[in-house]
Design a protein around this ligand. Structure first.
Ligand SMILES: Nc1nc2c(ncn2[C@@H]2O[C@H](COP(=O)(O)OP(=O)(O)O)[C@@H](O)[C@H]2O)c(=O)[nH]1
Ligand SMILES: [Mg+2]
Length: 362
């Protein structure tokens, strides 16, 4: 999964990046480089650890998230460039950092902190970018229309109609993530619209506002909450500091600050999985215990294909157990004795936390 961090200058993007990657990227500076910060992190998964305790494998492998901290230079006075938008549109989801914290030592671009103004201004720029893409597509369709046979017109007309409906949606000031595509979902996959990507709004609050987390979350959720928009308030600076500590020390600090024991970022990752309709399944053996990512609703052969295309092509059946059952049984023979190892065929819909063993033949 690939997540792109966006937000205005000094909103705390790089601080957030450091928090999630336990990194040391330079904060507070205008990034003169045009290169994003990129970091790959493992999704902590206690199920992998628990299975590893049973199987004692040579290797443990967690699911991975690639975080990209885009330089603010992407949003110049002329708005975001096409190449930058194309990069953003490739992300699985956007993480939009918006500044709420007040700090006189961190000057604000506009001279004052106004989270809603900032957030909406940036969303508007993205909306314009998609609008430009649609306008180009419509004029291309119009010119193609002039030179094709009548029989081929229907498909193009349908496409133009879809583009015009999206155009109207964007012109009303809303991003495409709230556009009801239903029948056109398939068609839309060919396009990379940046406002179509699900979004996690990270509300970057000051250290002094940590006791107001719930109120701030409610305020933003009420205003922006939608099926593909989530809201997480946190202090990026505090989280970046906590990320540099060892786990016990960080837990103590969290408690002292009156914060929930679970990191808001870990919670956000779970949320991102939900937002994207993803889930994990596991594989377990003496060689490796591993978590894999697959969309919810995927069948066993599709999940097998995540491991290797041969496993999907030559899929015969899958042996399936719930990870918890496997851990409490403590061994394969015991699991079988308890009748908790099932055999499933091609139509089986994989569940979060399934341990799969694929039987195949190519
Ligand atoms: N007081 C305070 N400062 C913060 C917070 N988050 C970021 N900053 C500071 O704001 C400045 C800009 O942060 P940075 O992460 O570089 O923002 P970016 O320009 O969006 O990448 C740095 O000096 C950070 O230390 C916060 O939650 N509270
Ligand atoms: Mg930065």
């Amino acid at each position: 999964m690939e997540l792109g961090i966006i937000g205005q200058a000094r909103s705390g993007k790089t601080s957030l990046f450091n928090a999630v990657t336990r990194g040391q990227a330079q904060v507070g500076a205008y990034s003169s480089r045009n290169e994003p910060n990129v970091g790959v992190v493992h999704v902590p998964d206690p199920r992998v650890d628990a299975l590893a305790d049973v199987f004692k494998p040579k290797k443990k492998t967690y699911a991975e998230i690639r975080w990209v901290d885009f330089p603010v230079a992407g949003f110049g006075p002329e708005g975001p460039g096409a190449a930058f938008i194309a990069d953003l549109a490739k992300m699985d989801a956007l993480v939009h950092v918006v500044r709420v914290f007040e700090d006189p030592s961190v000057p604000h671009e506009e001279g004052s902190v106004d989270a809603h103004r900032d957030l909406e201004a940036l969303e508007l720029e993205l909306t314009f970018a998609d609008l430009a893409l649609i306008e180009r597509r419509i004029s291309r369709i119009d010119s193609e229309m002039r030179s094709i046979k009548a029989a081929e017109r229907a498909a193009l007309e349908r496409q133009r109609d879809l583009m015009q409906r999206m155009q109207a949606h964007l012109e009303s000031g809303r991003g495409l993530r709230s556009f009801e595509a239903s029948d056109d979902e398939r068609e839309l996959r060919h396009y990379q619209f940046v406002t179509r990507r699900p979004e996690l709004i990270v509300v970057n609050i000051g250290e002094g506002d940590l006791d107001r987390v719930a109120d701030i979350e409610a305020e933003f959720r009420e205003r922006y909450g939608a099926p593909s928009v989530m809201v997480t308030p946190l202090s990026a600076k505090v989280e970046a500091e906590l990320a540099q500590m060892d786990p016990e020390e960080a837990a103590e600090f969290r408690a002292d600050l009156g914060l929930a024991a679970e990191s808001p970022l870990d919670r956000a990752i779970v949320t991102a999985y939900e937002l994207l309709g993803l889930q994990s399944f596991l594989t377990a053996g003496d060689d490796e215990c591993r978590a894999w990512t697959v969309r919810r609703g995927a069948t066993a052969p599709e999940a097998a294909g995540k491991i290797h295309t041969d496993l999907e092509r030559g899929f015969i059946r899958a042996e399936v157990a719930n990870w918890q059952d496997m851990v409490s049984a403590g061994s394969m023979p015991e699991l079988k004795k308890r009748g908790q190892l099932r055999t499933e065929g091609k139509a089986y819909v994989v569940q979060d936390g399934d341990v799969l063993n694929i039987l195949f033949n190519v």
